[in-house]
Design a protein around this ligand. Sequence first.
Ligand SMILES: NC(=O)c1ccc[n+]([C@@H]2O[C@H](COP(=O)([O-])OP(=O)(O)OC[C@H]3O[C@@H](n4cnc5c(N)ncnc54)[C@H](OP(=O)(O)O)[C@@H]3O)[C@@H](O)[C@H]2O)c1
Length: 328
Amino acid sequence: MSKSYRVAIVGASGAVGVEMLRVMERRNFPVASLRLLASPRSAGRTLSFRGEEIPVEALTIDSFAGIDIALFSAGGGISRDFARTAVDSGAVVVDNSSAFRLSPEVPLVVPEINGADVAGHRGIVANPNCTTAITLMALHPLHKAFRATRLFASSYQAVSGAGARAIDELRRQTEAVAKNQPVEKEIFPHQIAFNVIPQVDSFLDTGYTREEMKMENEGRRILHLPSFRASVTCVRVPVYRAHSVAVSAEFELPVSLDGARAALRAAPGLKFLDEGYPMPLETAGQDDCFAGRLRLDCALDNGLAFWVCGDQLLKGAALNAVQIAELL
Ligand SMILES: NC(=O)c1ccc[n+]([C@@H]2O[C@H](COP(=O)([O-])OP(=O)(O)OC[C@H]3O[C@@H](n4cnc5c(N)ncnc54)[C@H](OP(=O)(O)O)[C@@H]3O)[C@@H](O)[C@H]2O)c1
């Protein structure tokens, strides 16, 4: 009989946590028991898993007794405070926050790209930033073919990337505008309904935001390419779900459209559209990422321009985390 695992989800009531439940159901993850953890606000609620209503418990330092795999998705602070406790209790942690992504002893993994890195873990494996993971799903096959050196990109990031309350904020603001009522904002620094906000996360002294630098910092680790450079502008758009990224990438080897198409068509977890283009409305809810608008970049000597779209709650978070757990 195949082994099954005692699983805990930290942040189970959140936008990503709920998707983790659905992904484990769909992929038939071998769950022996499931513990759902969140803040005291959610304690007593139930969430369904395989037709059963499972109570949500408040997270404490004792939550990990008897747990084999703990999927963390409750923000960096909670991961920093509790991930090592979970490891000390005997669990392997897959962490969805940015807390450990740049720690040398913690593998940072996109299974289709560097799944083998999981083998070196010492109790914690990190899940990459969502925009980075989605972009690399298309960049990596091109990198294998032509050796990427640097990338310029602008992202179009869905509100669900900022969590469950951000989804409500877009809905409430859209209704308020439609009714000519005052717009209230809580999560985003400006009105997001009928607007775009060129700020995701906080600013660094350089003028880039923290989110923007994840592409270079995390990309270097995932691609095993310490010289990789990325200049990114991250933009929040009034889309509920699925991030899009417009990319111009430069390569060491001469590029060709035929070679690029062949590389993208063969990439696992990616669908390449030769005609038309992917958009968030169609990409939402799909495990695969989608690439299109492929062309020779007219402003780079050896460059390709393309558009990539992916459901950031899935490939950028819940799906990738469950795929890592499967590798473990
Ligand atoms: N959303 C995305 O697309 C995405 C993509 C990649 C990575 N991530 C990362 O995934 C994590 C979760 O994001 P999310 O979008 O799911 O956020 P979210 O919808 O705001 O959910 C946050 C979760 O954390 C729980 N939580 C908050 N404070 C807690 C506490 N003190 N103790 C225990 N649990 C607590 C919340 O519980 P309550 O419901 O009880 O408040 C909720 O379950 C973040 O680190 C985020 O950066 C998100």
